[in-house]
Design a protein around this ligand. Structure first.
Ligand SMILES: NC(=O)c1ccc[n+]([C@@H]2O[C@H](COP(=O)([O-])OP(=O)(O)OC[C@H]3O[C@@H](n4cnc5c(N)ncnc54)[C@H](OP(=O)(O)O)[C@@H]3O)[C@@H](O)[C@H]2O)c1
Length: 377
């Protein structure tokens, strides 16, 4: 598509649609999508965004808004951040809704990569609608980067969180590890908990720390959305474990195979999983090449001995080191957060040593502030 075919009014509408999309929830199986309906003269006839699985898609929400305003959308243009879907899921196909409403043109930013829902543009064209894709696509892809990665890879986007001392330790020799990082760092990490679909740990962390794995506000109140709480390993979750207290659904995955973990989470429509250790699980995921982003909270604390944040990755020489492309560095009180993507997409650390390839795109996180300690649980 050439952007010369897009008018300034349509371009402004796409920016508005992106802003509307961002109002939708970042968690859940569905993407954030926004839509603006323009009349033939460029007036705004309706606006909508997707509020989460089971609710109206952005296009349908915009058509309803136009209906509520009592305006006719026939001959108009739908400006939407993602290619309209072409399948009947929890709701009907948006491509059909737009064509049936008599819209003459559809301008979208990001083509829908999903095998199930894609093909909306083709449907629209075959029904006489001028469907044009790719306008402001980088902004659309940035907004949807986690969802797009999950759909393209067929597994959840994996964020690996590590909270460690300056010498890479996650626990002291006696196994104590609470509060390596500061309250500020832990509060920051909680922001991400509230944005993901699942939080995963290995059973070693469950036994050592008895974490609750809930998403909480800085004052300790549970937030509205509670992600699934996932424990990987063969050990039974103890009867009195905090993981059994109120919070997200508890999911025990009795496997050591990272790919089985990914498949089980994908089957539950988990698009984004936050892995909070410990070292054995983190190492297995890194070796399997399924880590998309690392959030490393580093405290200015030295332990000298104790478990390190990752184990043997099979790397024998420095040229095979698994490097991160760091795209964010944040000071959180005395601590530092590094957010990075394992370099060389789709890398897998081979069992015999050396790195074949690693995986994924990336981007940011949020706010600010302070101290180093072990991750709060
Ligand atoms: N600073 C931090 O951010 C941080 C975060 C988390 C943990 N920690 C600390 O780390 C320590 C626990 O370390 P850890 O490495 O034992 O914890 P872990 O990785 O959470 O758990 C390891 C256990 O998970 C199971 N498991 C899952 N996937 C596996 C795989 N691919 N291969 C082998 N086993 C697998 C095994 O248990 P089964 O026998 O049940 O199968 C294994 O013993 C604690 O001291 C904890 O406080 C620190």
């Amino acid at each position: 598509m050439s952007d010369t075919s897009v008018s300034p009014v349509e371009s402004a509408a796409m920016r508005r649609a992106l802003a509307l999309a961002a109002r939708g929830p970042v968690h859940g199986p569905n993407p954030q999508v926004g839509c603006v309906l323009l009349g033939p003269t460029g007036s705004v006839l309706g606006e909508g965004w997707h509020r989460g699985a089971g609710t109206a898609h952005a296009e349908v929400a915009a058509l309803r808004d136009a209906g509520a305003r009592g305006v006719d959308v026939r001959g108009g243009t739908a400006v939407v951040t993602l290619e309209p879907c072409n399948h009947i899921g929890r709701t009907g196909p948006c491509a059909v809704a737009l064509a049936d409403a008599g819209v003459a043109r559809v301008l979208y930013a990001v083509p829908d990569p999903s095998a199930r829902a894609g093909g909306g543009a083709e449907y629209l064209r075959s029904h006489g609608v001028d469907a044009v894709g790719g306008h402001l696509r980088p902004a659309g892809e940035q907004l949807l980067r986690v969802w797009l990665q999950a759909i393209r890879s067929g597994r959840p986007f994996v964020t690996l969180k590590i909270a460690s001392s300056l010498d890479g330790r996650v626990a002291a020799t006696d196994g104590t590890s609470r509060w390596i990082t500061s309250g500020e760092a832990r509060a920051h990490a909680h922001l991400l908990r509230g944005r993901v679909d699942a939080i995963a740990i290995g059973s070693g962390t469950m036994l050592a720390d008895d974490p609750s794995l809930t998403a909480r506000t800085p004052s300790g109140e549970p937030v509205g959305h509670q992600p699934l709480r996932v424990v990987v390993g063969h050990t039974e979750v103890p009867a009195g474990a905090r993981l059994r207290a109120p919070g997200g659904e508890l999911v025990a995955l009795r496997t050591h195979d990272p790919h089985e973990v990914m498949a089980a989470l994908a089957a539950r429509e988990v698009r984004h999983v936050l892995v909070e250790g410990g070292p054995v699980l983190s190492t297995a995921l890194l070796r399997a090449g399924v880590v998309d982003e690392v959030h490393a909270y580093v405290a200015p604390v030295l332990l000298g001995s104790g478990s390190t944040n990752v184990g043997d990755l099979g790397i024998g020489t420095i040229s095979d080191a698994l490097r991160l492309d760091v795209h964010q560095v944040l000071h959180l009180g005395p601590d530092v957060l590094l957010v990075g993507t394992p370099s060389s997409a789709d890398a897998t650390v081979s069992a015999g040593g050396g790195r074949a390839s690693l995986g994924t795109p990336s981007a940011s996180t949020s706010a600010s502030s302070s101290t180093v300690q072990r991750e709060e649980n």
